[in-house]
Design a protein around this ligand. Sequence first.
Ligand code: GTP
Ligand code: ZN
Length: 217
Amino acid sequence: NSCFSAALGSVHVHGLCSTEREREREREREREREGDMAGIEEAYSSILKELGEDVERDGLLKTPLRAAKAMQFLTKGYKETVHLNDAIFDENHEEIVLVRDIELFSLCEHHLVPFFGKVHIAYLPNKKVVGLSKLARIVEVFSRRLQVQERLTSQIAEAITAALEPAGVAVVVEAAHMCMVMRGVQKINASTITSVMLGKFHDDPRLRRETLALINK
Ligand SMILES: Nc1nc2c(ncn2[C@@H]2O[C@H](COP(=O)(O)OP(=O)(O)OP(=O)(O)O)[C@@H](O)[C@H]2O)c(=O)[nH]1
Ligand SMILES: [Zn+2]
C-alpha cells in the first residue's frame, strides 16, 4: 500500500497515503462537529457563569466544549436509525428469543439527568429472526435521546414489530432515575420497571409468565 512504499522512501504518487487521508478526514469531521457545537458550548459557558463559576479558570477552560461533546454523544440517537434489513434472516425458529440485561443509559427529559439500567427483549419469530446485536443497537438509538422510560420501552417494542413482524414482542426495562436519587424525593433504592407486551405476549398469560421467569432467572 502507499503508506508502506512511502516508508521505504519511494515516490509517493497519491500525495497523502490512505491512513494520512483517513486521519485528515477524521480531523475535518472533528472540526465540523466542533462547529456544530458552538451554540451548545456557548450555552454551557453561560450556565457556568450563572452558577457563579469563573469560566476563565484553568479547570473550566475547555469544560463548555467538553460538556457540549458529552451532551451530543448522550443524544446522538436523534441522528441515528437502525438498519436491520441486512441482519434479518429467514429462519423457522418459532420459540422465544430473549436477550436480557442489555445496558441502558439515557437522559430524563424532565431534568436532563441520567436514568440507567437494563433492557430485556423477547420476541417470537414469525419466519424471520434478527441479528442479536441489532436488538442492542435498537436500545442505543432510542435511549441516546431525551426520554421517559415508558416511551423508550414502547419505541423499542414498536421498532422490533415494524422490522420483524413477529408473533409477539416483550420489552421490559428496569432503571434507576437519578432525578429521584440525587435530588427531588432522594430515594436511592427505588427502581422503575416498565413493560410492553405485544401480540402473543399480550394475549397469552402463560407465555408472559414464562418470559418474565426467564428474565428474572
Ligand atoms: N413517568 C415518568 N416520569 C418520570 C420519568 N423520569 C422522570 N419522571 C418524573 O417526572 C416528574 C416531573 O414532575 P414535576 O413535578 O414537574 O417536576 P419536579 O418538581 O422536579 O418533581 P420532583 O422530582 O418530584 O421534585 C417527576 O415526578 C419525575 O419523577 C420517566 O421516565 N417516566
Ligand atoms: Zn427526571
